[in-house]
Design a protein around this ligand. Structure first.
Ligand code: NAG
Ligand code: NAG
Length: 339
């Protein structure tokens, strides 16, 4: 009888996982093995997190990065995926650039740079997380956002690539599609949410996006159905990257016309060019196992490591270029033109 009630309990909560975890910085350099594989250096600077199989070229045929990597900067130590975004710079009145430092989310103190990563079955506010999702497959990769976009009209193509102007580290709304126009006391959080419907066949596509789709009706948050062309519901992957812009908040440091002084590494002062890249690399079926187990944020069926261990994993820089200190131009750009 005891057994029977346990079974009933399990059936009542067949799947209810949301995982949220920190990953420290693996490397900051001009590489992009998804969009420009084999190109060293790539056009603009990225911050990369995750497993140490990260490299200039990462073809799915070359092997499973979940098996090739030997360490990861992520708290869940079976996650050898790689995740990356552009890097934020401050442009001084004298025309030089400085990389904006980072600060970890509350609860991840000690993490070196990096991001907070989420995999969700339902919207963040839904503690039940009951919708079934299929985990990504070995070799899967995708991109969201377009580094060349500079207008709202262009960026409207994407639904959920936003900024939060942090009054304190707990601020979560409102979100804007462009850079905040006023100083943000606790920094700026860049939010990148990926589409949640997969075509079920292709691990990648020429634009790294068309094998994925947003729900056909409604949104991921309100349980909108996937289109017939992309019927497989996958977890919503989301990145939060916190840039500590607070030391650049003095308006005396801002351009004399009052515009904001921040610029993404692809020379974007609008904010509409924000983008995120993903290469799946969870070991074996660990992500599917986690998604199929009832847990919220802390998922005990996954192996974890300490922040100290996360910070230890790194890869050698393969691009020989200075990205710290005051720079005369953004890495990859010179005299305002693309190198
Ligand atoms: C990166 O690729 C080079 C060859 O292109 C290889 O020698 C090196 O071992 C790779 N590094 C990692 C960490 O896989
Ligand atoms: C440019 O401005 C920054 C910030 O005010 C300052 O730290 C840096 O030394 C200046 N560089 C030059 C070459 O004047």
């Amino acid at each position: 009888m005891h057994m029977k009630s346990l079974t009933a309990l399990t059936l009542a909560a067949p799947a209810s996982a949301l995982i949220r975890f920190g990953c420290s910085q693996l490397v900051v350099e001009r590489l992009d093995p998804l969009v420009t594989p084999g190109v060293n250096p790539s056009p603009h600077l990225h911050q990369i997190i995750g497993g140490n199989a990260f490299n200039v070229t990462m073809n799915a045929e070359d092997g499973d990065i979940g098996e090739m990597a030997t360490c990861t900067t992520c708290q869940f130590s079976e996650d050898f995926s790689n995740y990356w975004t552009a890097v934020l710079f401050f442009k001084a009145r004298n025309g030089t650039y400085h990389r904006v430092p980072q600060v970890p989310n509350v609860g991840f103190e000690g993490q070196k740079g990096g991001m907070t990563v989420y995999y969700m079955q339902d919207g963040l506010a839904n503690y039940e997380q009951t919708s079934k999702v299929t985990a990504f497959k070995t070799g899967f990769r995708m991109l969201i956002g377009d580094a060349s976009y500079r207008t709202k009209e262009e960026a409207n193509r994407f639904r959920q690539i936003t900024y939060t102007c942090l009054q304190d580290l707990g601020t979560r709304y409102p979100e804007t599609m462009d850079f905040p126009k006023e100083p943000c006391p606790a920094g700026i959080m860049a939010n990148v949410r990926f589409p949640t419907c997969w075509d079920g066949k292709n691990l990648d596509s020429p634009d790294h996006m068309s094998h994925m789709s947003y729900p056909e009706l409604g949104t991921f948050e309100n349980g909108g159905p996937c289109p017939e062309s992309h019927p497989v519901r996958v977890p919503q992957l989301m990145y939060e990257v916190i840039w500590d812009t607070s030391k650049f908040n003095d308006k005396e440091l801002w351009p004399e016309d009052g515009s904001q002084p921040l610029v993404w590494s692809m020379d974007d002062t609008s904010g509409f060019g924000s983008h995120g890249d993903y290469m799946f690399g969870w070991k074996g079926d660990s992500l599917q196992r986690a998604m199929d187990s009832p847990c919220y944020v802390n998922c005990p069926m996954l192996a974890t490591q300490s922040i100290e261990e996360m910070n230890k994993c790194s890869v050698p820089n393969v691009v020989d270029e200075v990205v710290d200190g005051w720079l005369e131009s953004l890495p990859g750009f010179s005299g305002g033109e693309h190198a």
